[in-house]
Every structure is written in structure tokens, then in C-alpha cells.
Unconditional design. Sequence first.
Length: 137
Amino acid sequence: MKRILLSASLALALSGGLAFAQSATTPAPEGKHFHHHRPNAQQEAAWLSTKLNLSSDQTAKLEPILADRDQKMSALWSNTSLSPDEKKQQMRTLHQDLKQQLSTVLTPDQIEQMKSLHHGRRGPHHPQSQTAPPSGL
């Protein structure tokens, strides 16, 4: 009886290890894949136009601003002579320039809406700052 019990538990233990090894080699199910794509100023302007309720004049002014930003960003990322810190600094400068240019096209309300759109798009890699819990907790 002990012999049967021992061999059954040994077989069960070995089959569990095989099942685990088998599941480790199976590929993960296909889900969403995030591919880096080239920015498209025209599509982004159209998206912002619908989200911010832009006039056709505002949308037309927005496209070249976004295209210029995309060109400068692409040049910045392909520049291998810059250190990561230098790239980060130039990125900040580009962002400040973009904000200034957008302020000439968008109304203050639209700028606030745009900020909330971008904050809402933040994912787990860019969490918004958390407020401290109440001191009683």
C-alpha cells in the first residue's frame, strides 16, 4: 500500500513539474502590441480639432506647428552626438516653444482642455503625482 501511494505521489509530482515546464515555453497570447510610429501632424491636428472643438482656421494653423515639432523631435532623437541629459534639455526647450506657439492659436479654455487630455493619456509609465493620505490613516 505504501509502495502504491509513494509511486502515485512521485508520478503526480513529476507530472506537475512537466506541466509547469510546458507552460513556461508556450508563447504568450497575442494582445495589443505597441509599435513606435512616425508622428502625423495632420492626424494629430484633426484629433485635437474634434477634442477641443477647433475652428478650421485654428486647425490649419496647428498643422504646421505640429509638423515643425515632429521634424525637430525626429532630428533630436537621431542626433547621436548628444548625451541623454542634453537631449532631455533640448526636449524641454522644444516643449516650451510648442507651448508658446500653441498659446497663439488656442484659447485659454482650449489650452486647459488640452492639458487635461494629455494628463488623461498618461499611463502607468507616467503616473500623476499622488496626494499624501490624510494624517489619520
